[in-house]
Design a protein around this ligand. Structure first.
Ligand SMILES: Cc1cc2nc3c(=O)[nH]c(=O)nc-3n(C[C@H](O)[C@H](O)[C@H](O)COP(=O)(O)OP(=O)(O)OC[C@H]3O[C@@H](n4cnc5c(N)ncnc54)[C@H](O)[C@@H]3O)c2cc1C
Length: 392
């Protein structure tokens, strides 16, 4: 990394997109003494990307293999560290209950793989689930994998915490400034905005659902999708935080995830599959524009947790950025090895963002990752890989 490449770089690293991944990277860079500039199109945390409408689940028994499991475990350690450093509550260890119809999906193999890496899991029958969480009206053949050490993260607080930490370590942040283009030379990068150009030795691009606004410099195989979540009134205390865990639920009605009733906000539920495509720059239709926004969520509540199917108390519209295999892209730019790309977090990336920030900070400083082998995140696994750079 050249701090003064071309004789005019002011920064060592520019991070384009200071959301979940970028803000965390900004902290780990600045804390390592790297002169860091973060640029964001909005003022993070904000409601235009993928991180609002907290909370977000953090689970460790992942299906993508050892890399994902190790990264999730590292992420949880780093969330705990960030809590200590900021004194802000970021993580609730509520436990996470992963429920599925075994004819559609079984957690048995996944639990075994995760346990070898130290993740504690319990396999439960429908009767055991009902006995422990009376609000769930599941019958055979449903079963579940429960992770007692998993939980959920206050995602907006997390982004705000990394912002505080990054700035405290000397990172600079420019907000409400969309990046309009990027030019890379052998040892330097110039980032173009309406306010002017910024120069650095290297860059990290972490633009979430808006990634394709960075084309043609980089074009990822991602599809941005409008997603909705709702908070529903619950009866009694069965679903209250402290009693009820975070959950995922795979059924013939779709794949759902949710959270207990935190402080009377209602039980939050979202659907992982489905959603309509969204193009950067479009206004995402408000909740309720499509009948299925509320309808899909209610169907799952009525089928599996009827006493949480009360009034809709609150709703949010957010965005996923899906890769074809729903795995992440963390790699260097195919033409410019000093430019790193972190995108395509496919609706399940938030939990990892602490560890992804640490990883990106190390990669851009030329360190070999030690938390995990990152080859599963390679951009080259997609046939429609990044377009050859046409410098703008
Ligand atoms: C409804 C919903 C529920 C989810 N639930 C979970 C969950 O339970 N657990 C989990 O782990 N994950 C979950 N996720 C996924 C997770 O939130 C995302 O994977 C994660 O937030 C993606 O982080 P990011 O940094 O890529 O995007 P963001 O956090 O959106 O950050 C991208 C940033 O780039 C900025 N930007 C974009 N373009 C430009 C530009 N041209 N110039 C300057 N700045 C730019 C944006 O303003 C934004 O701040 C969920 C997502 C949604 C939408």
């Amino acid at each position: 990394m050249s701090a003064s490449a071309a004789g005019k770089s002011v920064y060592d690293v520019i991070v384009v997109g200071a959301g979940s991944m970028g803000m965390s990277a900004g902290y780990y860079l600045a804390a390592s003494g790297v002169r860091t500039l973060l640029i964001d199109a909005y003022d993070p945390p904000h409601r235009e990307g993928s991180h609002h409408g907290e909370p977000r689940l953090i689970r460790h028994a992942y299906s993508g293999g050892e890399t994902y499991i190790k990264l999730a475990l590292r992420a949880q350690q780093l969330w705990e560290e960030a809590e200590e450093l900021t004194g802000v509550k970021l993580l609730e260890r509520s436990g996470v209950l992963n429920i599925a119809d075994p004819e559609r999906y079984s957690y048995r193999g996944r639990a075994g793989d995760a346990e070898q890496l130290g993740v504690v899991t319990e396999l439960l029958s429908a009767a055991e689930i009902r006995h422990r969480w009376a609000g769930l009206t599941l019958s055979d053949p449903f079963e579940a994998m429960y992770e007692p050490n998993a939980g959920y993260l206050y995602s907006e607080q997390c982004v705000a915490a990394y912002r505080t930490l990054a700035l405290a370590h000397g990172a600079e942040l420019i907000v409400n400034t969309p990046v309009q283009g990027i030019t890379a030379r052998e040892e330097s990068v110039t980032v173009h905005t309406a306010q002017g150009d910024y120069h650095a030795g290297s860059a990290i691009l972490s633009a979430g659902a808006w990634f394709n606004t960075l084309a043609p410099f980089v074009q990822l195989p991602i599809r941005s999708v409008r997603k909705v979540v709702g908070w529903f009134e619950t009866k009694g205390e069965t679903f209250d935080a402290g009693r009820f865990p975070g959950f995922t639920l795979g059924s013939s009605h779709g794949g759902f995830y949710g959270f207990p009733n935190i402080g009377g906000a209602g039980l939050k539920i979202g659907r992982h599959d489905g959603g309509v495509s969204w193009q950067p720059g479009e206004t995402a239709a408000p909740f309720g524009e499509y009948a299925e926004d509320e309808g899909d969520l209610r169907v799952a509540l009525e089928a599996f947790m009827p006493s949480a199917a009360g009034r809709l108390l609150r709703s949010a519209v957010c965005k996923y950025e899906l890769t074809p295999d729903e795995g992440f892209i963390i790699d260097h730019h195919p033409e410019h090895p000093h430019v790193y790309i972190a995108g395509g977090f496919s609706g399940h990336g938030f939990k990892f963002s602490s560890a992804v920030g640490e990883l990106l900070s190390g990669l851009v400083q030329g360190m070999k990752p030690d938390a995990a082998d990152i080859s599963p995140f390679s951009l080259a696994r997609f046939t429609t890989s990044a377009s050859p750079a046409s410098h703008t």
